[in-house]
Design a binder for this molecule. Structure first.
Ligand code: LMR
Length: 397
């Protein structure tokens, strides 16, 4: 039966974890996957999460099936975080939110729904984009193309080229956009540029699908989510997938959501019925624990304040690692202008290193980053940064 089954390639990101685990090098450093580790290289259990788990453990509940679209209070909490507690689209009942298995789950539920809705549509993702965007939309049956995004020479966004490509896209094309902390480049659009993108999307009848996996890791929760307000203000219908994997350090709980902004409450009810169909035929309904934790934190003022502080601490530590990386690279003799590292936002630095250089980092130093040159700055700490900077400097020579 399986004689003709080919060996699939390793996942470009999660496959690195497997390689990393198998590497006997005692100095190895995992800068591949987008996971925040603390000053001691440990995955944090946030204090607000621990406290919420204590609260939940005091009133243990049986685990029945959740509704197909998840815990109602969770969906509501996601909505007020993403759209703002007194958002007019929420008041009008125009937003549908379903609990999903992480941000990836939210993207896939949206992709499957869109495929049923408009089977002949194309999808455009940024060039480059998160490796899984292409695979995910292709697995939903879409033909996936790119719009230009990264300007390597300018170390920034190739904005005119991006706008030009969007201007060429056919009506109905799904445009996948990174709401903040662009993965992998770390370069985001300015509010004025977002305004121009929205105008093109509107003029050409495109379908915006915002991926917001890193809210709070750029400038702050509200600042990073501001683009959602711009889309709401435009009156467009749009999709937004969100994730608490990173912002709550709840990676393994798979806590995310998909929200869809519709034209009316009545339309939202029909969209919800279709999203539920997609979920039911994939995994029936979502799991309980992580969503209960997030709901408890977001709806308890003291825990919420604690979460915001803990998220700010993660953001600030990443920032200090960016500055330290520039400093250490210079100290190890790299003469080129490295200020781009501190301009990038979120967990990653798009280092500009080639696939060959990334391979040398792995083979010679046990330093694992994505072959595209993306390194996870959130996994640097004062104990490993000098080793990493020295290795990078050596291969840049
Ligand atoms: C990443 O880009 O490393 C993260 O989003 C984790 C993943 O699932 O790829």
């Amino acid at each position: 039966l399986f004689a003709s089954v080919d060996m699939a390639p390793r996942d470009p990101i999660l496959g690195l974890n497997e390689q990393f685990q198998a590497d006997p090098n005692p100095n190895k450093v995992n800068l591949g996957v987008g996971v925040y580790t603390d000053e001691n290289g440990k995955l944090p259990l946030l204090a607000c999460v621990k406290e919420a788990e204590n609260v939940l453990a005091e009133i243990p509940k049986p685990r029945g099936y959740l509704p197909i679209d998840g815990i109602a209070a969770y969906d509501k909490a996601v909505q007020s975080l993403v759209f703002g507690a007194d958002s007019e689209v929420l008041r009008a009942g125009r937003v549908v939110t379903v609990q999903a298995l992480g941000g990836t789950g939210g993207l896939k539920v949206g992709a499957d729904f869109l495929k049923r809705l408009n089977p002949s549509a194309r999808v455009l993702i940024s060039d480059p984009s998160w490796e899984n965007h292409r695979a995910l939309f292709e697995s939903a049956g879409f033909d996936v193309g790119n719009y230009p995004y990264y300007d390597a020479a300018a170390r920034g966004v190739a904005f005119e080229a991006m706008l030009g490509a969007l201007n060429q896209a056919q009506a109905g094309t799904v445009i996948v956009l990174h709401a903040c902390c662009h993965n992998p480049t770390g370069y985001d659009l300015t509010p004025a540029q977002w305004g121009q993108v929205i105008a093109v999307v509107q003029a050409r009848g495109l379908v915006p699908f915002l991926d917001m996996a890193y809210q709070g890791f750029g400038e702050g929760i509200a600042e990073d989510g501001a683009v959602i307000q711009q889309f709401v203000a435009s009156g467009l219908d749009f999709f937004v997938s969100t994730s608490f994997s990173k912002s709550f350090s709840l990676y393994g709980e798979r806590v995310g959501a998909l929200s869809v902004v519709c034209e009316s409450k009545e339309e939202a009810a029909r969209v919800l019925s279709q999203l539920k169909r997609v979920i039911r035929t994939n995994y029936s309904n979502p799991p309980t624990h992580g969503a209960q934790v997030v709901t408890t934190v977001l709806s308890t003022p003291a825990l919420r304040a604690q979460w915001e502080q803990e998220l700010a601490n993660m953001r600030e530590r990443i920032r200090s690692m960016r500055a330290a990386l520039v400093d250490r690279l210079k100290a190890h003799g790299v003469a080129t202008d490295l200020r781009f590292i501190t301009r990038q936002k979120g967990m990653f630095s798009y280092s500009g290193l080639t696939p060959q250089q990334m391979e040398r980092l792995r083979a010679e130093y046990g330093i694992y980053g994505v072959s595209t040159g993306r390194i996870c700055v959130a996994a640097l700490n004062t104990h490993n940064i000098d080793y990493v900077a020295k290795a990078m400097a050596a291969i840049m020579r």
